[in-house]
Design a binder for this molecule. Structure first.
Ligand code: HEM
Length: 189
């Protein structure tokens, strides 16, 4: 196996797995799932930290893809969809996931400036970003077995977590209001 090909593959698969874990941790934060050890602060810290670690693996994935002379993917294709000569459509979906991820990271750092409501709406695009990344991996991969196993495991986990989160949102008691009275709201609203 060529080193660049290996880097492309490891970078891509690690990015996909981490993105899935970040989505699951995000759902856990908004659903207020926690344990004695995994406190809300730890889950939320891990969610933020891993979302930055993804960038390292994505950088490995895209740089090794573009510099690998075996396939013809241009530098522009990292940011501009449909500009890759190689697997144009599948790469474009990966580019859209990449652009969305950058936008999500930037808006999270500007959260206090854009306001919580706008941030929540924008942050829901994380599902779209993760969906694009999964479709890109499934369609773009030339070595499907491991990619399929990881991508489909991620789909099942996120689907189950999302159903649990949105079908039965947790009740949050706003300070000073006992249960059942005005002041009880849905988490993440
Ligand atoms: C969030 C963004 C992205 C994620 C999570 C991601 C992840 C993946 C994964 C898991 C694979 C399959 C790896 C394998 O089985 O070999 C893959 C393939 C591929 N990715 Fe990405 N990718 C992303 C963005 C991009 C971008 C922006 C580009 C453009 C430079 C790109 C170029 C490619 C190419 C060309 C392949 C196919 C390689 C082959 O022929 O097997 N990806 N990606």
């Amino acid at each position: 196996m060529q080193p660049l090909w290996l880097a492309e593959r490891v970078g891509g698969l690690m990015s996909l797995v981490l993105l899935t874990v970040v989505v699951l941790l995000g759902i856990a934060v908004s659903a207020q799932w926690r344990t004695k050890y995994l406190t809300e602060a730890r889950i939320s810290g891990l969610h933020r930290w891993l979302s930055l670690v993804i960038i390292i693996f994505l950088a490995i994935h895209v740089v090794s893809t573009v510099t690998d002379s075996y396939v013809s993917v241009e530098w522009l294709a990292i940011l501009v969809p449909f500009t890759s000569t190689y697997k144009t459509n599948w790469v474009a979906i990966g580019t859209l996931a990449f652009d969305l991820l950058i936008a999500l990271l930037i808006t999270s750092y500007l959260r206090t400036k854009i306001g919580r409501k706008a941030w929540v709406v924008i942050h829901r695009l994380t599902y779209l970003c993760w969906g694009f990344a999964t479709i890109h991996a499934l369609g773009g991969s030339s070595e499907i077995s491991l990619t399929y196993a990881l991508a489909l495991t991620g789909v099942v986990l996120v689907a189950v977590a999302a159903v649990m989160r949105f079908v039965r949102p947790p009740a949050v008691i706003v300070e000073g209001h006992p249960k059942g009275l005005p002041g009880i709201t849905s988490a993440g609203e």
